[in-house]
Design a protein around this ligand. Structure first.
Ligand code: IMP
Ligand code: MG
Length: 182
C-alpha cells in the first residue's frame, strides 16, 4: 500500500504507483512509435484521467479524441452497449492508440466493434493500452498491447473508475466493498 492512500477505500494502487507505471508505459509507446504521430482515442468516462497523464508523458506527436460507450450500471454489466460519443474528423491513415481504464470481460471493446470500425475507416494500425487488466473475468477476447497493471477479480474505484458515477476523482485506485457502501 502506498503512503499517499488516505481515504475509506483499501488502497490497491497508490497515486505514486500509478504515475510511475504511466512513465514506463509512455517510454515503451514512444519507443514503439518512433517519430510516428499517434491518435489516442480514450474511452469515456473512465479513461479521462489515465489519458491525460499518459499523453503528457509521451514525446511522440499526439492528437486525441474520445469515444463513449455506456454498458455498466453499478458494478454489473447490463444489456446493450450504447454509443454516447463518436470520433469527429478523419482517421484515415492514422495510427490509433485506444486508451481504456480497465479491460474486464472485454465485452465493451469487442461488442462495440470499435477496432474493426476504425480499420474500416482507414486507420493503418489500432493498438490498445489499458491501465488495468482483469483477465480472470474475460468472456471476450481482446488483444491488449500495453497494460499498466494486471489485477485480481476485485471491483475497484478511483483514477477514473467509478461506482455509480462516483469516486472517479480519487488520485489512487481502491478496492470497493459494496457491503460497506450501501
Ligand atoms: P468490460 O466491457 O467488461 O471489459 O468492461 C469495461 C468497462 O467496465 C470499463 O471501462 C469500466 O467502465 C467498467 N468496469 C469494469 N470493471 C470495473 C471495476 O472494477 N471498477 C469500475 N469499473 C469497472
Ligand atoms: Mg465505468
Amino acid at each position: 500500500m502506498g503512503i499517499d492512500c488516505k481515504t475509506e477505500f483499501e488502497c490497491l494502487l497508490s497515486a505514486a504507483d500509478i504515475q510511475k507505471r504511466i512513465k514506463e508505459l509512455a517510454a515503451e509507446i514512444d519507443r514503439d512509435y518512433g517519430s510516428d504521430r499517434i491518435m489516442a482515442v480514450g474511452i469515456l468516462n473512465g479513461a479521462v484521467l489515465f489519458m491525460a497523464d499518459l499523453i503528457r508523458e509521451l514525446t511522440v506527436p499526439v492528437e486525441y479524441d474520445f469515444v463513449g460507450f455506456k454498458s455498466y450500471v453499478g458494478s454489473e454489466s447490463n444489456g446493450d452497449i450504447e454509443v454516447t460519443k463518436r470520433i469527429k474528423g478523419d482517421i484515415a491513415g492514422k495510427r490509433i492508440l485506444i486508451v481504456e481504464d480497465i479491460i474486464d470481460t472485454g465485452r465493451t471493446l469487442c461488442e462495440s466493434n470499435l477496432i474493426s470500425k476504425l480499420i474500416d475507416k482507414g486507420a493503418v494500425d489500432v493498438k490498445v493500452c489499458c491501465l488495468l487488466d482483469k483477465p480472470s473475468r474475460r468472456t471476450h477476447t481482446v488483444n491488449i498491447h500495453y497494460t499498466g497493471f494486471t489485477i485480481d477479480d476485485q471491483f475497484v474505484v478511483g483514477y477514473g473508475l467509478d461506482y455509480d458515477g462516483l469516486y472517479r476523482n480519487l488520485p489512487y485506485i481502491g478496492i470497493f466493498d459494496p457491503e460497506l457502501h450501501k
